[in-house]
Design a protein around this ligand. Structure first.
Ligand code: ATP
Length: 209
């Protein structure tokens, strides 16, 4: 009886769904896999897309970014000046780190709110930085999409109309593939065609228990 009257501290409710971290380097095919996962009926949280929305919607975040990088980080309509910011931080590790320290916690909170609303037994969090930010620790399993460097570069050149060297420069800044392979619980090898990729995705997600 006493228990009924005593003040009990409410803990944050655990999400009902198991979180699978979906990752891969530039051009690996993680977004394509994420779309297949949605086709198979599972929800996907796209961290990068959400970050792009949050930098425009979250006033607190906007103020912090302007304080760090200057007023030019937003245009005259108050829209995030992505290109300008990217150029400013591309070769300034410290600035990039500080920017990430502002954006990543906001995305984390947004994800936590999203995941509490999900009802499927599995949900997927697509992020390029799963291992870099140690987000895999908050996941039930990590799923890495990988492909040979040359294939990834070629696909991004076709997709983004970039030169070989431009894509390679981005790749060189990312965590080496061999390190990601060591950490991943599940791996999809995306070296052939889209049919094979979809089939591997289906087999993989329905084998997760
Ligand atoms: P990024 O991190 O650069 O956003 P990503 O890992 O999300 O890349 P996707 O955008 O899914 O990669 O794939 C890169 C490009 O390669 C896309 O244009 C996609 O359609 C294409 N692609 C992915 N997998 C295959 C495949 N197996 N066969 C042919 N094209 C593919």
């Amino acid at each position: 009886m006493e228990e009924l009257h005593s003040e009990t501290k409410k803990a944050e409710p655990e999400p009902a769904s198991k979180i699978i971290g979906l990752t891969g380097g530039i051009g690996s095919g993680k977004t394509t896999v994420a779309h297949y996962i949605e086709e198979f009926g599972f929800p996907v949280y796209y961290s990068d897309d959400r970050a792009k929305t949050i930098v425009n919607d979250n006033e607190d975040l906007k103020a912090k970014i302007k304080e760090l990088l200057g007023e030019e980080s937003y245009d005259e309509n108050g829209i995030y000046n992505r290109k300008w910011v990217a150029e400013k931080v591309f070769n300034d590790k410290d600035m990039l780190h500080q920017l990430n320290e502002i954006i990543h916690p906001a995305v984390r909170i947004d994800f936590e709110e999203w995941v509490q609303k999900q009802t499927k037994y599995l949900v997927f969090k697509e992020t390029a930085l799963l291992f870099e930010l140690k987000l895999n620790r908050q996941c039930y399993k990590s799923l890495l999409v990988t492909a040979e460097d040359n294939i990834r570069i070629k696909r991004v050149m076709d997709r983004d109309h970039k030169t070989y060297r431009e894509v390679e420069a981005v790749m060189e800044k990312q965590m080496p593939e061999k390190d990601k392979l060591k950490m991943a619980d599940c791996v999809i090898y995306n070296n052939t065609n889209l049919e094979d990729l979809k089939e591997q995705t289906e087999l993989m997600i329905f084998s997760i228990e």
